[in-house]
Write a protein that binds this ligand. Structure first.
Ligand code: PDD
Length: 286
């Protein structure tokens, strides 16, 4: 089936959707993005994604070409038009097409480019990886210093995923100054007894929407939460490890840089948190 995508006000078959070669998203990675999950045809954590998008745009002096009301409607239309039961909606806003290539930002009369598209993921709720857990390698965090802004500069995360694949693993934990920052497209956690440990928010990591929601549910479920950085060695000797993100929810990590974590199988805390996030997320989905 040809997907229907959204480009600058129009719903089009993906084969007819076009963006200029002078678009700054293409030339300069001058663009931000969001990924929102869909379960049962409804949007999870939408308010959080919308808020973070506004923050990313604001940090880069960019303007959202679409009002909040229209943006929600575009998400809903794409779910409906593409018959998405379970899947993901990707959104990108670029600084637009200034007509020439230049390092200098064009003035704000140049409209931004907005693109949204869907990806159907039938097993989003119950992927095999959630049962088996994933293996991660340690990988030097050489990304730029504003990882709190969700920009489309995803080359280093792609290189990290390729290095993981080459090593027979699934993903990477980025490491900066000896401490884990986050996963290549997720936030990272370890579990010790009843305690969930994750790096505090700063410019070093993306302020995950799944993270924010999960920490509220976890506190309500009487888990202790400690926001501090941890090392690869600490992750290897923890009871459990896991990552969170819109495309993975809560994903158990069973091996870190060649060493099994805990029993080497998904643990009860990650399992419980995954169930909790999905059950509560579905109740709150719009
Ligand atoms: N990635 N950290 C990084 C570097 C990420 O790219 C992501 C999400 C997260 C988790 O954020 P959230 O819970 O808001 O999805 C943390 C998305 C899913 C992606 O790039 O596909």
């Amino acid at each position: 089936m040809t997907r229907t995508v959204y480009v600058n006000g129009d719903y089009l078959p993906e084969t007819e959707a076009k963006v200029s070669i002078f678009d700054r998203g293409f030339l300069m990675a001058d663009a931000v993005y969001e990924v929102t999950s869909v379960l049962g045809g409804k949007l999870l954590d939408y308010a959080g994604h919308e808020k973070r998008l506004a923050r990313s745009l604001n940090e880069l002096d960019m303007v959202n070409p679409v009002t909040p009301e229209d943006l929600l409607e575009v998400h809903r239309q794409l779910v409906e038009r593409n018959g998405i039961e379970n899947g993901l909606i990707y959104l990108q806003i670029t600084r637009g097409n200034a007509g020439d290539r230049s390092f200098v930002f064009p003035d704000t009369s140049v409209p931004g480019t907005i693109v949204l598209f869907t990806q159907s993921v039938p097993d989003l709720e119950l992927p095999k990886s959630a049962q088996t857990g994933i293996k991660v390698i340690a990988f030097d965090d050489l990304r730029w210093g504003r990882r709190d802004i969700k920009t489309v500069q995803l080359l280093w995360p792609s290189m990290a995923k390729m290095a993981a694949k080459k090593a027979g693993c699934d993903d990477a934990f980025f490491v900066k100054d000896g401490m884990v920052t986050e996963g290549s497209s997720s936030n990272a956690y370890i579990v010790k007894g009843n305690k969930i440990i994750t790096r505090p928010l700063s410019n070093d990591i993306l302020h995950g929407i799944t993270r924010a929601t999960l920490l509220v549910y976890a506190a309500e479920a009487q888990f202790e939460i400690e926001e501090r950085a941890f090392t690869i060695e600490e992750a290897q000797s923890a009871d459990e490890a896991f990552v969170t993100g819109a495309s993975t929810f809560v994903m158990p990590v069973i091996e870190v840089d060649g060493k099994p974590v805990g029993t080497g199988a998904p643990g009860p805390v990650a399992r419980r948190l995954r169930e909790l996030y999905i059950a509560e997320g579905k109740k709150a989905a719009i």
